[in-house]
Ligand binder design. Structure first.
Ligand code: NAG
Length: 287
């Protein structure tokens, strides 16, 4: 009996340490650092909230302290309210270097009452050109909503409040590149892009409304931390406790994805024949 209790306690302590290392549902001071903006980015309430702001002189941004090689990253964002035209708020993962991988959420602002565009993209080895854009089914400035990137060896899934909006499958066996070996950091920024963001650049930022502010909370990285050339995920973790590592869309979530694509998708590179007169990118014919 004693030895059972002791070994359970040891096992529990071990698991507790493991999960604390792997998933930081917690404190923004621990998880991220503000990297630019000269005081325009702020961590508040003992690490519970973060705000980024933008004025005529500068935007601001932060990045995760850790690098990850696969993970499920969730964050809640409340976007710039009111007249946000010309502003872009980003939330993305990216590896360094000239042949980088990248998984992007970008929120393109709009005039008061006009809809934001949620722009997504996937880069493999420095090549993007895989844009899909969506309207949202709620006002993203009224409340916090959860935006998630699931990146595992089989697929990338973009989700909004747990509703999948996009899936990019690993089709490497058919010659399509997939991000799988370059560790990425999580980044976020708020900046001025009024040369293209709103109605293709027609609507400019109204600086009389500055500073513009976006808010963040509940960063959660359920992820394989990459440090000194090694991943925190062993092969046993991959098969066991971390469901996200082999997560796929069940039929219910596939139906949700179809619902979003049918009702809210406003641009899909895979149907843009004018842009690819030589033929659509090969993955477009395979999913
Ligand atoms: C802004 O509103 C206009 C008019 O409703 C719409 O056409 C456009 O897609 C919206 N979003 C952006 C980012 O331009």
């Amino acid at each position: 009996m004693t030895s059972f209790v002791t070994s359970s306690a040891v096992l529990f302590a071990f698991l507790a340490c493991y999960f604390m290392a792997a998933s930081g549902a917690g404190n923004l001071y621990q998880d991220v650092e503000i990297t630019w903006g000269d005081g325009r980015g702020k961590i508040l309430n003992n690490g519970q909230f973060l705000t980024l702001s933008l004025d005529k002189a500068s935007g601001s941004g932060f990045q995760s302290k850790n690098q990850y090689l696969y993970g499920k990253i969730d964050m809640q964002l409340k976007l710039v309210p009111g007249n946000s035209a010309g502003t872009v708020t980003t939330f993305y993962m990216k590896s360094p270097g000239s042949t980088w991988d990248e998984i992007d959420f970008e929120f393109l602002g709009n005039l008061s009452g006009d809809p934001y565009i949620l722009h997504t993209n996937v880069f493999c080895q420095g090549n993007g050109n895989r844009e899909q854009q969506f309207y949202l089914w709620f006002d993203p400035t009224a409340d916090f909503h959860t935006y998630s990137i699931l990146w595992n060896p089989q697929r990338i899934i973009f989700s909004v409040d747990d509703t999948p909006i996009r899936e990019f499958k690993n089709l490497e066996s058919k010659g399509i590149p997939f991000p799988k070996s370059q560790p990425m950091r999580v980044y976020s920024s708020l900046w001025n892009a009024d040369d293209w963001a709103t109605r293709g650049g027609l609507v400019k930022t109204d600086w009389s409304k500055a500073p513009f502010t976006a808010s963040y909370t509940n960063y959660n990285a359920n992820a394989c931390i990459f440090n000194n050339g090694a991943s925190s995920c062993s092969s046993s973790t991959s098969s066991g406790s971390n469901a996200w590592f082999s997560e796929e869309l069940d039929t219910t979530r596939q139906a949700r994805l179809k619902w979003v694509q049918k009702n809210y998708m406003i641009y899909n590179y895979c149907t843009d024949i004018k842009r690819f007169p030589q033929g659509l990118p090969p993955e477009c014919k395979m999913s």
